[in-house]
Design a protein around this ligand. Structure first.
Ligand code: 5GP
Ligand code: MN
Length: 320
């Protein structure tokens, strides 16, 4: 492990020397994870590489992102890659079911924009100041192939969603220049925005309504939280793929500095999502073994919902 970034030229030469490449994103993939993986896959395929993408199932809304045909469905053990590229994973454990394959592979590249990333690849291309993993993928593949409409659409989807619609502080003039180049490829940017940011499926709408109805605004600190149990998911015919946007919506409330969504992941595990306007919530999640970004982080605790919320709140109280 080099424990520092490799030059762009080194990353490109490692990719160019490889022929059988596996690309994986994080568990419960979001559009940045999907877009960056599929854009990289389409680019490498153009270069004649054998490429397989490992991604967990995701919401049908995200089918607007091209390149899904590169997703491998089968026994992962038959894959013998000479290069494994991890995308948008802020920690090695975020690779989920593909973690063992990553560990077995001699050549690994980690491309990421999470501040919590500890440079777990043999080669690393990590920058916590950029909008998205998709932006980093653009910087690499623009040097190795022609960016066509499908590749442009996948990258645009990742940048758009992870930058919060070009709103988060990691949106730079460089981000907008890249977006401008992508628009030149005649991508359907209106539809991508509507489907990925605006549209809610019926199940998403139901669980959103439930979560907002249960939201609690604290009196002593500017924090609001909500919780979702197995019962709630069942009642709404929803699962953890349907909860996007809830914790962000709660943060919109005037005066609120941190929002929390806690949901039951298993009988003994609670997933916590944190969002903030200014407070460093990566620091909070990291204290429990999680991570992410300064304004968006997550962690899974081996506790029930009530105890998990209490742990996070007592940690947060020290920040105000
Ligand atoms: P979310 O709350 O939407 O699951 O995640 C918010 C951010 O925190 C994402 O950038 C995600 O990668 C990161 N994150 C969420 N859960 C974990 C976790 O368990 N470990 C680490 N290292 N990062 C996480
Ligand atoms: Mn991302």
């Amino acid at each position: 492990m080099e424990n520092k970034n490799s030059d762009l030229s080194k990353i490109i030469s490692v990719i160019e020397k490889s022929n059988n490449i596996v690309i994986a994103g994080h568990t419960n993939p979001d559009p940045d994870s999907i877009g960056s993986c599929l854009a990289m896959a389409m680019a490498l395929n153009k270069k004649g590489k054998k490429v397989n993408v490992l991604l967990e199932d995701f919401s049908r809304k995200f089918d607007i992102i091209p390149g899904k045909n590169f997703i491998f469905k089968g026994d992962i053990n038959i894959l013998k890659p000479d290069l494994f590229i991890s995308l948008d994973c802020g920690g090695i454990e975020r690779l989920g079911n593909s973690l063992d394959l990553f560990k077995e592979c001699e050549n690994t590249i980690v491309i990421d924009h999470h501040i919590s990333n500890n440079y777990f690849g043999k080669y690393n291309f990590i920058n916590p100041n950029v909008s998205s993993a998709s932006e980093l993928v653009y910087k690499i593949i623009v040097n190795i192939c022609d960016i066509d409409k499908d590749i442009a659409s996948a990258i645009y989807a990742g940048i758009l969603v992870d930058s919060g619609g070009f709103r988060h502080k990691t949106t730079s003039s460089e981000t907008l220049k890249i977006a401008s180049c992508l628009l030149e490829k005649d991508i359907d940017f209106s539809n991508i925005y509507n489907r990925l940011i605006k549209m809610k499926t019926y199940e998403e709408f139901s669980i959103f309504k439930k979560a907002i109805g249960k939201a609690i605004v604290l009196k002593d600190i500017p924090v609001a939280y909500t919780t979702l149990t197995f019962e709630d998911f069942k009642e709404c015919n929803a699962d953890n793929k349907d909860i996007g946007g809830i914790v962000e919506f709660i943060l919109n409330m005037e005066g609120i500095e941190v929002s929390i969504l806690a949901y039951q992941k298993s009988e003994s595990e609670t997933k916590i999502s944190l969002r903030s306007k200014n407070i460093d919530v990566n620091k909070i999640a990291s204290q429990f073994g999680g991570g992410g970004h300064i304004n968006a982080s997550g962690v899974t605790l081996r506790k029930n919902i009530e105890d998990s919320i209490e742990d996070i709140l007592s940690c947060l109280r020290k920040e105000f």
